[in-house]
Write a protein that binds this ligand. Structure first.
Ligand code: G3P
Ligand code: MG
Length: 347
């Protein structure tokens, strides 16, 4: 007798493996889905010959919006429902630092977005470069705030404000101005804007949400990313201080801490959404950037109790035919082939 099709909730879930996906260059490029990505998501959600759902999470170095907003975009782009409970972006783990720093400078992203993200994480006192420029327009000789920026920027007495840490949440929209302000603080007396240290070793710590020098966007060739800004700041600090080293801290892939965070999120997601209680034996990580995705996955695999299996795709940063700087377990043309590869290994 013909059986009626299962509802999505009735489709059984595999509990021995899971997938984790990088976004830019794997699923999305320049705001548009990579064609095979939509089909790949359908396969994971049960449209496959085994009639099983496969749990998955997203792990991107990108950022600049709340996790909720980013998941709404991704749901629309990939034609699925993405929950913030299965999503990590570059700045997500920064939310664990709210207790450590009082007043912080948040850099990058569109308008007030990153201030809102940081406040949403629980940071108590968030300053933006706009606040500093509003207070003293001479800070950035070639950047004048727009009317809207002036309205949004907050007035305060910077002579009494100690900036305890700098967080670069997303790509800078004004490299010259942001580099100037970050260096001003790195060279300041203890985080007071407008001061100049004699020793250049008392500036606030500087955190970047990732360290990708390039990434895959709409252009045919890779584009400069936050890691490039980081390099410029470190190099300029050295030039300006006659040889002092500036040590900055990066989050995101390939950092081990990011993969540990992802492991906890995946465990919770599998438990809440799929009722899987034991950890997966294998996590397939699909990425396009050898330096962050493959390096991080391989490195974490050595430390992790379960198998983290790196899959490199040819739709982003990695150029087919070249030798990747970090060797993946397998290279495939696109994300759909990556999903099929994992499934064939398992079934
Ligand atoms: O700015 C985002 C980019 O550097 C990388 O994003 O998704 O490839 O980790 P993703
Ligand atoms: Mg990528």
């Amino acid at each position: 007798t013909p059986s009626s099709p299962l509802t999505p909730a009735e489709i059984p879930t595999v509990d021995s493996f899971a997938f984790a996906f990088d976004i830019d260059g794997v699923l999305i490029r320049g705001g548009r889905p990579i064609p095979e990505a939509i089909e790949a998501m359908k396969v994971l959600n049960g449209e496959n010959e085994y009639g099983m759902k496969i749990p998955y999470i997203f792990l991107t170095n990108g950022g600049g919006k709340t996790e909720e907003e980013r998941c709404i975009d991704l749901s629309r782009q990939l034609d699925i429902e993405v929950s913030p409970a299965q999503f990590i972006c570059g700045h997500t783990p920064m939310r664990e630092m709210v207790e450590q720093h009082g007043t912080v400078l948040v850099v990058g992203g569109e308008g007030e977005k990153c201030r809102q993200v940081a406040e949403g994480y629980g940071f108590r006192d968030v300053i933006t470069p706009g606040d500093i420029i509003k207070d003293n327009a001479a800070t950035t000789p070639f950047r004048t705030l727009t009317e809207e920026e002036r309205r949004n920027s907050k007035k305060r007495d910077f002579s009494k404000t100690k900036i305890e840490a700098i967080f670069v949440f997303a790509d800078s929209r004004d490299w010259a101005g942001d580099i100037q302000i970050i260096l001003d603080l790195a060279m300041s007396k203890g985080g007071y804007i407008g001061t100049l240290s004699e020793t250049f070793d008392e500036g606030p710590p500087i955190y970047f949400s990732h360290s990708d020098i390039v990434w895959s966007a709409a252009h045919d060739n890779v584009r400069l990313g936050m890691g490039a800004l980081r390099r410029m700041i470190e190099m300029l600090f050295k030039d300006l201080t006659k040889g002092k080293e500036l040590e900055t801290i990066a989050f995101g892939k390939p950092q081990i801490g990011t993969f540990q965070f992802a492991t906890r999120l995946l465990q919770q997601w599998r438990k809440d959404e799929h009722h899987c209680n034991k950890p997966p034996e294998t996590v397939y990580f699909v990425g396009d950037t050898p330096e962050s995705d493959i390096r991080g996955t391989n490195q974490f695999n050595e430390k992790s109790k379960n198998d983290w299996y790196s899959i490199l795709v040819e739709t982003g940063v990695y150029q087919p035919g070249t030798v990747p700087t970090y060797k993946p377990r397998v290279t495939v043309p696109n994300v759909l082939e990556a999903v099929k590869h994992g499934m064939h290994r398992e079934f």
